[in-house]
Design a protein around this ligand. Structure first.
Ligand SMILES: Nc1ncnc2c1ncn2[C@@H]1O[C@H](COP(=O)(O)OP(=O)(O)OP(=O)(O)O)[C@@H](O)[C@H]1O
Ligand SMILES: [Mg+2]
Length: 250
């Protein structure tokens, strides 16, 4: 059985950074390849992980819709889609990355979506850990990529607005028909102590767990230079905090 972690939160709080560090920490812990899913239409998890993404599932969906009659003779539609998904899977040392890309446009996607869903479900079973980096906000929680999750990690900065958004995301996820086994709030770029107002907002949020990840100068430098997080060495304080978090994950 695979263990799925979905990372959500307000814009720019560090969701993709946390997702990338989680992927590395889980791969090191389990010595297995982690499935990384970039569910943000404005995809950049590939860049953070240091790999190039040529084809997204969104591109694949459009191609299939346009070229439905061009499927090579002797190949069933299912086999063709399976082959295409394999092409969209980018292999790294510690992960396989699937980039969802743009959401579907107008048109009849039911048939394609059904095949895609079946293969995604099959694919997911091959991995011990799946980490989904979501877009900012909460609308995506209703999409198919996040139907069931073992852990919802909501990332926030140490501001009242960030925490309030995090709490709203958690509540919305609970109200939807998504099965969520556990939740955690990560305060990213966290100061040593919180403002009293922030502290109160965190407590009112009733997250099962609250963890802190410190600001990391090296992450700032890498981001400025457009370098991937794979260049971060294992002494990085942010990575150490993430490793600590993954220690307690199944
Ligand atoms: N712990 C940290 N220390 C230093 N810099 C950080 C840390 N976490 C994130 N950052 C920086 O903050 C910026 C935003 O991070 P990131 O892209 O991960 O956020 P995001 O929530 O995924 O954004 P978006 O909503 O656009 O998807 C990046 O420049 C990143 O390098
Ligand atoms: Mg992001």
């Amino acid at each position: 059985m695979s263990y799925t972690i979905a990372v959500a939160g307000k814009g720019g709080v560090g969701k993709s950074t946390i997702a990338a560090l989680l992927i590395r920490a889980l791969a090191e812990k389990s010595r297995e390849i982690v499935l990384a899913v970039d569910a943000d239409p404005n995809s950049n998890l590939g860049e953070k992980l240091g790999v190039k993404v040529d084809k997204t599932i969104g591109d694949l969906r459009e191609d299939l819709l346009k070229k439905a009659d061009e499927i090579p003779a002797g190949t069933s539609k299912q086999e063709f889609v399976r082959y295409q998904i394999q092409l969209a899977l980018v292999e790294g040392d510690q992960f396989d990355l699937l980039t969802m890309g743009r959401p579907e446009g107008p048109g009849c996607y039911c048939y394609i979506n059904n095949i895609l869903r079946t293969f995604m479900d099959e694919l997911i079973d091959d991995y011990a850990y799946i980490v989904i980096d979501n877009e900012a906000g909460m609308e995506h929680l209703s999409r198919r990529t996040t139907r069931k999750m073992d852990k919802l990690i909501v990332v926030s900065d140490a501001t009242k607005l960030g925490i309030d958004t995090a709490v709203r995301i958690k509540k919305l996820a609970e109200e939807m028909k998504i099965e969520i086994k556990s939740n955690m709030l990560i305060i990213n770029r966290s100061p040593m102590e919180f403002h009293g107002i922030v502290e109160a907002a965190i407590n009112a949020g009733r997250f099962q767990e609250v963890r802190k990840v410190p600001n990391d100068k090296k992450i700032e430098e890498l981001a400025m230079a457009g370098e991937p997080l794979t260049k971060l060495d294992s002494t990085s304080p942010a990575f150490r905090a993430i490793k600590e978090i993954t220690r307690d994950i199944a």
